[in-house]
Design a protein around this ligand. Structure first.
Ligand SMILES: Cc1cc2nc3c(=O)[nH]c(=O)nc-3n(C[C@H](O)[C@H](O)[C@H](O)COP(=O)(O)OP(=O)(O)OC[C@H]3O[C@@H](n4cnc5c(N)ncnc54)[C@H](O)[C@@H]3O)c2cc1C
Length: 298
């Protein structure tokens, strides 16, 4: 890392400290490129928010999400990756080195790997906040996260009701099976939450059946929302090509439309959105970034 004025000049700058970011950093570090990882607000990414991950290979008994994040970080740092607790808030990709402004300063990067992942969507209803409760709680959503977290919450709650706007779940069959068999879990289908009732604490939700239009009040002590994610790519709009939903467009080498800028994981992947796939894409991006920098120096 070298300084130009106040800007730090690095060969590889990795945005994000989730599975994508640290996997990319591991590969770039082993290529002796001394990558710098900007953590963003969530060290370890979304994976670190998960109680247990059962489908990351190599951990037959599952592994804690936060623990896996720490292992990713430790392994990348062992080979020379540098972690900075900093957040990128602007990029200029019009010329190289790429300029990245952060909360604490500025970086000049010969290559950039975007692993900024995704953030949870909100319900967009008045009074919406996620409220934890230990009695009868509601989980909104129908994907893997909703059912997985719902099953986890059964440890603390006396009952967990899954509210889902469709008839069918997107979640994987193993989770659907576990949820349907679980004695503490109930389901309200074809239904959306339209409002939150309660002053100091959550008392009830306003529900609407999307098929019949019927509106009801549902008493509950807690609300957890898992209704999908939006990629954290706003900062790249107008510079990197992206889909209508904001996923950065990459080819099968994780290359974006700008040579030297690579994107991987949930920032670029609307399809798989798993720890193992994100880590794989992060590795691929770093291998390609290494080749890109090598080709230049030949
Ligand atoms: C509740 C829940 C349960 C899940 N369970 C599983 C599971 O069991 N198995 C599984 O395989 N997957 C699971 N997933 C999905 C998995 O966590 C994600 O696919 C994976 O974390 C994506 O990795 P990523 O690195 O691309 O993005 P993220 O994990 O989203 O990480 C993004 C990183 O980018 C950083 N960042 C964002 N903006 C900036 C910025 N401007 N500057 C710098 N850094 C920035 C963030 O701080 C974060 O470190 C789960 C997800 C959730 C939400």
């Amino acid at each position: 890392m070298s300084s130009n004025g106040n800007a730090k000049h690095v060969k590889v700058l990795v945005l994000g400290s989730g599975p994508t970011g640290y996997s990319a950093a591991l590969y770039a570090a082993r290529a002796e490129l001394k990558p710098v990882v900007l953590t963003g607000m969530q060290l370890g990414g979304q994976a670190a928010l998960t109680y247990t991950i059962e489908n990351y290979p190599g951990f037959p008994d599952g592994v804690g999400g936060a623990q896996l994040g720490e292992l990713f970080q430790k392994q990348a740092e062992h080979f020379g990756a540098v972690t900075e607790f900093d957040m990128a808030n602007g990029v200029d990709l019009s010329q190289r080195p790429f300029k990245v402004t952060t909360d604490s300063g500025e970086y000049l990067a010969d290559s950039l790997i975007v692993g900024t992942g995704a953030s949870p969507n909100h319900l967009d209803i008045p009074g919406e906040v996620e409220l934890t409760g230990r009695g009868e709680v509601v989980v909104v959503g129908g994907g893997d996260s909703a059912l997985e977290e719902g099953l986890f919450i059964t440890r603390y709650a006396s009952s967990v009701t899954i509210i889902h706007r469709r008839e069918e779940f997107r979640a994987s069959p193993i989770l659907q099976h576990r949820a349907k068999e679980h004695p503490k879990m109930d389901f309200i289908l074809n239904t959306v939450v339209t409002g939150v009732i309660g002053t100091d604490k959550l008392e009830a939700l306003r529900l609407k059946n999307v098929k019949t239009g019927e509106e009801t009040i549902y008493e509950t002590d807690g609300l957890f929302i898992f209704i999908g994610h939006t990629p954290n790519t706003e900062m790249f709009k107008g510079q990197l090509e992206m889909s209508d939903l904001g996923y950065i467009k990459v080819n099968d080498r994780m290359e974006t439309n700008i040579p030297g800028v690579f994107a991987a994981g949930e920032a670029a992947d609307p399809h798989f959105r798993q720890v193992v796939t994100s880590a794989g894409m992060g590795a691929a991006a770093a291998i390609q970034a290494t080749r890109f920098l090598e080709a230049e120096s030949e």
